[in-house]
Design a binder for this molecule. Structure first.
Ligand SMILES: [Zn+2]
Ligand SMILES: [Zn+2]
Length: 341
């Protein structure tokens, strides 16, 4: 079967990954909203404890052995593939067809299985377990950063059908790409320009202002803050920032993982209770690998509940339309009690 190929739109410089293997993905997502109806073990689920032989190669185990806590494996239906998949061809090769450009789809596509239990959920786990999930993110991010073909690492979670989940066992994913796409390149460019103008990181300035104003704060702990952004792109959009300036997710220290797990879980619990377990995506947005340590970019986690659909105007204009002000969302989230689930 053809390996992954990445084509460039000549008019916009945007890229599309073509991976025909992904068409064979099973879709066993059942959308069971009543958590009491989800079983702890599903015999056919490749991610359940005891079914380890159903997944591709194991890459990382947290709390190794039979009673693993978090398990990282290759994606069985990868969007991009390790360089070995391209045979003896020179990896990262460019291909020209008439005016068009494409690149071999070299990279990494991994699954972080967040729990051995099918009915588990980031909002239900002990916060120490969420810390283990984030420590798996960190370990893989750092290891993948040392491989020369990878330029950008994106770690993300799709929760629920509207967020693109295909398997309901709790998991997140990691994709490493062989170039920096335009969306990230533009954010890097704008933060660099702000740094040129003012000599400060734009995100550090946002953090300082939000900490003082408090109007859009959702939650704060020692090391992190969660904010409903001033120009939120969707209702209940929340962003988590490290208070200290860090350009790249790989710069996070082991000692900060529990605080990050704490703020992430509290935000997810508040969204769960307030919006009745909404579908959502979260994404770790970080500097590209070869720009870690820079002074102008500041990694963060974007949380995007899927309450609305991106429609014609948004597609046509690249703008967002949002029906709720972030000040209202932040107030509702602050007032939402964190429940034991
Ligand atoms: Zn399962
Ligand atoms: Zn900063």
């Amino acid at each position: 079967m053809m390996s992954s190929i990445i084509r460039q739109d000549l008019s916009t410089k945007d890229w599309t990954i073509f991976s025909v293997k992904r068409a064979a993905r099973p879709r066993d997502y059942k959308e069971i909203k009543d958590s009491k109806l989800i079983k702890k073990y599903e015999p056919d689920c490749p991610f359940c404890l005891g079914n380890e032989e159903k997944t591709p190669e194991e890459i990382l185990l947290i709390n190794g052995g039979k009673d693993w806590s978090v398990r990282v494996v290759g994606n069985k239906y990868p969007a991009v593939e390790a360089r070995e998949a391209f045979g003896d061809r020179y990896y990262n090769r460019r291909h020209i067809e008439g005016p068009y450009l494409s690149i071999d789809g070299v990279g990494k596509h991994e699954v972080i299985i967040e729990s051995p239990w099918h009915d588990d959920n980031l909002v239900k786990m002990d916060v120490k377990h969420v810390e283990k999930v984030i420590s798996a993110y960190r370990k893989r991010f750092i290891d993948i950063s040392s491989e020369p073909e990878n330029q950008l690492v994106i770690i993300f979670k799709n929760h629920g059908r509207r967020a693109g989940t295909s398997l309901d066992h709790p998991h997140s994913q990691l994709v490493a790409t062989p170039f920096v796409p335009g969306y990230i390149r533009n954010k890097m460019f704008e933060s660099q320009r702000y740094y040129d103008d003012f000599g400060r990181c734009v995100y550090c300035d946002i953090i300082d202002y939000e900490m003082k104003s408090k109007e859009r704060l959702v939650h704060v702990n020692d090391k992190y803050l969660a904010v409903a952004p001033y120009a939120s792109v969707v209702p209940y959009n929340v962003v988590i920032y490290p208070k200290e300036h860090q350009a790249c997710f790989a710069e996070i220290s082991k000692g900060d993982l529990l605080d990050l797990a704490g703020v992430l879980q509290i935000v997810l619990k508040k969204l769960y209770s307030l919006l009745d377990d909404p579908d959502y995506n979260f994404v770790i947005d970080s500097s590209p690998i070869n720009q870690s340590g820079n002074r102008h970019y500041h990694w963060h986690i974007e949380i995007l509940p899927r309450l609305s659909t991106r429609a014609g105007f948004e597609i046509g204009s690249g703008m967002n339309m949002n029906s709720i002000l972030p000040e209202t969302c932040a107030e509702n989230l602050r007032n939402q009690k964190v429940q034991v689930l």
